[in-house]
Design a protein around this ligand. Structure first.
Ligand SMILES: O=C(O)CCC(=O)C(=O)O
Length: 241
C-alpha cells in the first residue's frame, strides 16, 4: 500500500533486515503463537481532556515475540525520510508496510486478526498496517500528530508494541508539559482516539539506556467521518473516504 505515518515522505532507501540486531525473546513469551485478548482485559482509558483519550491495554497480544521475529524476517524494511524545518532528513528508525488482508498468504495472520478484533471493538474498519522498528535507544520519533487528523474528524490510531519497552509520550499540540507517559512493549495495545490527532501530539524519545529493539505495529483506518470541506480522495498517498 502506498501509505505512511504522519509527516513521512514515501521515498526511502531500502535498508533490508538490519544485521546484528540485539534481539532477545522474552522467556515468558517463548513458543507462544500470536493471539489477541478479545476481552481487552485490563484496558484503561486515559482522558487527556474532555474530547481526547488514550486506551492502554497491557499484554493484549500473546505470542508477541513470535510476531516480532516473523515481521523482522519478512518485512521490506526501509529507512524513510521526513521533512523538517531545515530540509529532508532520514528517519531514525526503519519502517515496513503490510496489506492486512486475510486472503494473502504472505501476510502474517496476526495482522488481519488484530485488525478485525480492533474493528469490532472500535466501530471503524482498520485496514492499514505500518510497522516501525526502533533498533536501539538511538532510534526515535519526534513529536507529531498523525496525518489522518488532517482528513478525518475523529481518527483512531491503534499501536501494538512488540519487543523492548520504550517511553511513549503525549503533550498538547505545539508544546507544553507531557500529560501522559506510557512504556509500551511486549504485546501492549495503545489506541489514541477522540480529538487526539487534532489537539495532541506524541513521540518516542531517544534513550541513552541500553534497550533492545522494539516494533510498533501501527493500525489505522481509511474510512471515517471526513473533516468539513474534505472530499473522499487521496491525501498524503492514502485513499481516504
Ligand atoms: O512507535 C510508536 O509507538 C509511535 C509510532 C508513531 O507515532 C508513528 O509512526 O506515527
Amino acid at each position: 500500500m502506498g501509505v505512511g505515518p504522519a509527516g513521512v515522505e514515501p521515498a526511502g532507501v531500502p535498508a533490508g533486515v538490519p544485521a546484528g540486531i540485539a534481539w532477545q525473546p522474552s522467556l515468558l513469551d517463548l513458543g507462544a503463537s500470536p493471539d489477541v485478548d478479545v476481552s481487552f482485559d485490563g484496558l484503561v482509558r486515559h482522558w487527556l481532556d474532555a474530547t481526547s483519550w488514550v486506551d492502554y491495554c497491557p499484554g493484549w497480544l500473546r505470542g508477541h515475540d513470535a510476531l516480532f521475529e516473523t515481521l523482522l524476517a519478512t518485512g521490506s524494511w526501509q529507512q524513510r525520510s521526513r521533512r523538517m524545518y531545515d530540509g529532508v532528513v532520514p528517519e531514525p528508525r526503519l519502517t515496513a508496510g503490510w496489506t492486512p488482508l486475510a486472503a494473502d498468504p504472505s501476510v502474517p495472520p496476526a495482522l488481519p486478526s488484530m485488525c478485525s478484533v480492533l474493528s469490532a471493538r472500535y466501530g471503524v474498519t482498520f485496514d492499514r498496517v505500518w510497522v516501525n522498528l526502533y533498533r536501539d535507544g538511538r532510534d526515535s520519533v519526534a513529536w507529531h500528530p498523525d496525518r489522518n487528523g488532517r482528513v478525518h474528524s475523529r481518527p483512531l490510531v491503534a499501536t501494538v508494541s512488540l519487543g523492548a519497552r520504550r517511553r511513549f509520550l503525549l503533550r498538547p499540540r505545539g508544546g507544553g508539559s507531557v500529560a501522559l507517559t506510557l512504556s509500551p512493549g511486549a504485546g501492549d495495545l495503545v489506541v489514541m482516539g477522540g480529538a487526539c490527532q487534532h489537539d495532541w501530539e506524541h513521540s518516542v524519545p531517544k534513550t541513552a539506556k541500553p534497550v533492545g529493539p522494539r516494533m510498533s505495529v501501527t493500525i489505522r483506518h481509511s474510512h471515517g467521518e471526513l473533516l468539513p470541506g474534505k472530499s473522499p480522495g487521496t491525501y498524503y498517498g492514502v485513499e481516504y473516504s
